[in-house]
Ligand binder design. Structure first.
Ligand SMILES: NC(=O)c1ccc[n+]([C@@H]2O[C@H](COP(=O)([O-])OP(=O)(O)OC[C@H]3O[C@@H](n4cnc5c(N)ncnc54)[C@H](O)[C@@H]3O)[C@@H](O)[C@H]2O)c1
Length: 254
């Protein structure tokens, strides 16, 4: 039996097999949301581990697999979610990749892959959930962009461009669907200590460097993204749309 009351809302989270997506899944479930967790088929075990954590906390979850670069997969996964609870109220677009490389060495394929996974996925997943949200004249879409969208840094030009596109999609979708009762916002995390960030940072020396550069003198944990996402999903943010919120401990200020 769930240890807490459900709130009747379903949240669909992409990239939920680990890192920030897993923390969001556990965090939303703890607030009474039913959680659909999705990731690529190769990550099914990670998804199951996320579901086990949700259920250990008394929450309800449902795994679904697919590739967010495929429109067909996005439509199928959302249909699967609607088959489970009857509705998707909140979509969190969290799937993403970062393979660091200097722009002058970057191939067209690597560029396309980052744009497809980090940006086009937001287009396809949002298109997939909109008809159901429109029917009920309520919805929340939360896009996990990045501080990289604000200022590109060397070896992350393609990633930064893909995340800047996410912020722009957020602003335009917000204007296109606001009249349907749907709010669209982005979160720009700073450095959050997941596998993705550790691969990028390389070692403890880099960790110390970025800690010193951060106002709060620490890097983020995946759980640090949960509170802002819950806020953007809730009625407490009814008048907030088309915005991008930095969640970075004071690493960047614009
Ligand atoms: N960790 C950070 O410091 C940081 C900072 C800013 C933004 N972000 C963003 O937060 C999100 C989560 O990052 P994370 O650090 O938890 O990384 P992560 O690698 O742990 O999670 C990303 C997930 O996306 C999934 N994914 C990749 N390609 C996919 C595809 N084609 N279809 C479906 N799923 C796919 C992966 O399997 C993985 O589970 C990403 O969008 C990332 O860009 C992370």
């Amino acid at each position: 039996m769930p240890s807490h009351e459900g709130n009747g809302k379903t949240v669909f989270i992409t990239g939920a097999a680990g890192g920030i997506g897993r923390a969001l899944s556990v965090g939303f479930a703890a607030e009474g949301y039913e959680v659909v967790v999705s990731d690529i088929p190769a990550q099914l075990e990670g998804l199951r581990a996320t579901c086990a954590l949700v259920e250990a906390g008394g929450g309800k979850s449902h795994p679904t697999t697919g590739d967010v670069t495929s429109k067909q997969d996005c439509d199928r996964m959302v249909a699967d979610a609607i088959g489970w609870t009857g509705h998707v109220d909140i979509l969190v677009n969290c799937a993403g990749i970062l393979h660091a490389k200097r722009l002058e060495d970057l191939s067209g394929e690597e560029w396309d892959r980052h744009i497809a996974i980090n940006s086009r996925s937001v287009l396809y997943m949002t298109q997939a959930v909109l008809p159901d949200m429109r029917k009920r004249h309520w919805g929340r879409i939360i896009n996990i962009a990045s501080l990289a969208a604000r200022q590109g840094i060397p070896t992350e030009g393609h990633y930064a461009a893909s995340k800047a596109a996410v912020v722009t999609l957020t602003r335009v979708f917000a204007q296109e669907v606001g009249e349907d009762g749907i709010n669209v916002n982005a979160i720009c995390p700073g450095i959050i200590l997941t596998e993705m960030a550790m691969n990028k940072l390389g070692g403890q020396e880099q960790v110390r460097f970025w800690e010193k550069a951060t106002a709060l003198r620490r890097l983020g944990q995946p759980e640090d993204v949960v509170g802002p996402a819950i806020f953007l999903a809730s009625e407490k943010s009814d008048f907030v749309t088309g915005q991008a919120l930095n969640v970075c401990g004071g690493l960047y200020f614009h």
